[in-house]
Design a protein around this ligand. Structure first.
Ligand code: HEG
Length: 147
């Protein structure tokens, strides 16, 4: 499992502190559903996902985007044990939700795009690299209980 230096931890905490969960969460999940439409199949109960405008205006998508992003808070606060932090959530996605774990990486990448767009030049290559290292650990952790 990835290890993080004190400097990397402070970079990730710094990015996280500037992220508004209520703004970025809905945008990141909506982007996944628009750009990778096959991911819509997990959200059959969410109502109208028939085009980009419908997805962006869908309050269930917005709410779930907040739930997903809120779950990242635990990872930021437990960077020495990302795998353990997401063990139960990994099992839930595997056993109950049957989510293909490839989709975790798609969501992580969409989140990085939304964050980069929002932060502009503040999101330097060094910060981006560390942020993506963290998200990569989360993605691996979320896939760790699949069998
Ligand atoms: Mg998942 C539920 C977190 C990616 C599909 N997801 C949840 C829940 C959390 C969560 C915290 C609520 C769990 C509960 O009810 O106890 N999800 C989460 C994270 C990430 C992720 C942190 C990636 C970073 N999820 C993800 C992806 C898909 C997906 C990529 C599908 C493409 N999640 C999914 C579904 C549910 C959850 C279908 C149930 C939603 C519902 O019925 O309300």
């Amino acid at each position: 499992m990835a290890e993080f230096t004190a400097n990397e931890k402070s970079i990730v905490s710094g990015v996280w502190a500037k992220i508004s969960v209520n703004e970025i969460g809905p945008q990141a999940l909506a982007r996944v559903l628009i750009v990778y439409p096959w991911t819509q199949r997990y959200f059959g109960s969410f109502g109208d996902l028939s085009n980009a405008a419908a997805i962006l205006g869908n309050s269930k998508v917005g709410n779930h985007g907040k739930v997903v992003l809120n779950a990242l808070d635990k990872g930021v606060k437990n960077m020495d044990n990302v795998k353990g932090t997401y063990a139960a959530l990994s099992k839930l996605h595997c056993v109950q939700l049957n989510v293909d774990p490839d989709n975790f990486r798609l969501l992580a990448d969409c989140l990085t795009i939304v964050v980069a767009t929002k932060f502009g030049s503040d999101f330097t290559p060094a910060i981006q690299a560390t942020w993506q290292k963290f998200l990569s650990a989360v993605v691996i952790a979320l896939g760790s209980q699949y069998f």
